[in-house]
Design a protein around this ligand. Structure first.
Ligand SMILES: C=CC1=C(C)c2cc3[nH]c(cc4nc(cc5[nH]c(cc1n2)c(C)c5CCC(=O)O)C(CCC(=O)O)=C4C)c(C)c3C=C
Ligand SMILES: [Fe+2]
Ligand SMILES: [Fe+2]
Length: 338
């Protein structure tokens, strides 16, 4: 029997700094997130980051935590329920990090009689630190624990027409009555090194602003290309005028160069240049989370006001929108016919 496992990033079990530390340890020790040799990663993560960050992150999580738990997890569970209501196949939910493990998710599906699983990474754009780490772990688990299980995964959907339509509608619903001056598409950043590493041609990626616009088979794994493509397709769909929107990258960590332009500097620049009303959408996230609710809706807004901005509107992630849940169910039903 076929079944499906939706997989999102995960959150700590609570806002207690001890839980945050345990979660960050698992997350940041993933070699596809901090991609340096083990001894160096261990030194950076356990010797430096985990000494100070858990307390700071725990405070940030406390600002956005819901009565039911982590917004990312609660919203993913609501999505799972809605998707389940549109398909007869069992739909499970797991997180790449934290307590809701992929192993448990697969065991649960197997206990329902499933022997053929479609993994759906809940990330529109492919990245080594998100999509790839999920599929690699699922393959490892399959080899070690579930040799009779067939596993396949849904590819990144950053440019799929039905997804672009739903994302565009979600943005339009929020901004149609605003006379905003600038719409910023803010994606989670990654170190530039990740982009170069994923270049299967080993010659295409230059991070010079032009390679991502030049057709190449490398784009199948180029997070930067895929982010710009999502922006481009939405802008086309919504007929946004050139100059009234742009793309930036948020949430950088450490001192290496990450994808630019950075979101915080872009918000600051827009405000300093005289923009009074801006809107912001975060299409790398399908569920609202720390990075959208705190970093953007709180910190970003505060920064914009500090530099003279007046109105800062955040567009909610797709979360558990009916059209989004229906689209995932359509993908599942299409897959189940093969
Ligand atoms: C080297 C570090 C990181 C990389 C690379 C990275 C890529 C990446 N992350 C997401 C999505 C999310 N990240 C979230 C939180 C978060 N991310 C990092 C670091 C890297 N992410 C940290 C340290 C944290 C924890 C928060 C903090 O301490 O500030 C979240 C939110 C989780 C939640 O519980 O709400 C999401 C979602 C993507 C899409 C991505 C690459 C494309
Ligand atoms: Fe992240
Ligand atoms: Fe590229």
């Amino acid at each position: 029997m076929k079944g499906v496992l939706l997989v999102n990033l995960g959150s700590p079990d609570s806002t207690d700094p001890k839980d945050v530390k345990r979660y960050l340890d698992e997350f940041l020790m993933d070699p596809r997130v901090i991609d340096v040799p083990y001894w160096l990663r261990s030194f950076i993560v356990r010797g430096i980051i985990l000494n100070t960050r858990p307390k700071k992150s725990a405070e940030a999580y406390s600002k956005i935590w819901w009565k039911e738990g982590s917004p990312l997890i609660v919203l993913s569970e609501r999505l799972q329920d809605k998707v389940q209501s549109h398909t007869n196949l069992p739909v499970g939910l797991a997180m790449r990090y934290g307590s809701m493990t992929i192993k448990k998710g697969l065991e649960d599906l197997i206990s329902k009689g499933v022997d053929d699983v479609l993994i759906i990474p809940l990330y529109p754009q492919f990245a080594m630190a998100t999509t790839e780490t999920i599929t690699v772990l699922a393959d490892e688990l399959q080899k070690e624990y579930f040799p009779d299980l067939k596993i396949s995964s849904l590819p990144a959907f950053y440019n799929k027409e039905a997804y672009i339509n739903i994302l565009s509608n979600s943005i339009n619903e929020e901004i149609k009555d605003l006379d905003y001056e600038h719409l910023l598409f803010s994606y989670h950043g990654v170190p530039e090194r990740h982009i170069k590493k994923q270049d299967i041609t080993k010659s295409h990626c230059k991070i010079d602003g032009s390679c991502c616009n030049t057709p190449s088979e490398a784009h199948q794994f180029c997070y930067r290309h895929q982010c710009y493509e999502t922006t481009k397709q939405v802008a086309k769909k919504l007929q946004l005028e050139e100059g009234t929107y742009s793309t930036s990258f948020q949430s950088r960590l450490g001192f290496d160069p990450w994808l630019q332009p950075y979101t915080d500097r872009t918000i600051e620049r827009l405000g300093l240049e005289g923009t009074k009303k801006m809107a912001i959408v975060t299409p790398a996230f399908v569920s609202d989370c720390l990075e959208t609710l705190e970093e953007i809706a709180m910190e970003g807004k505060e920064l914009f006001k500090e530099v003279g901005g007046k109105e800062f509107t955040t567009v909610a992630c797709l979360n558990d929108r009916n059209d989004w849940a229906e689209l995932i169910a359509n993908w599942i039903n299409d897959w189940s016919k093969n």
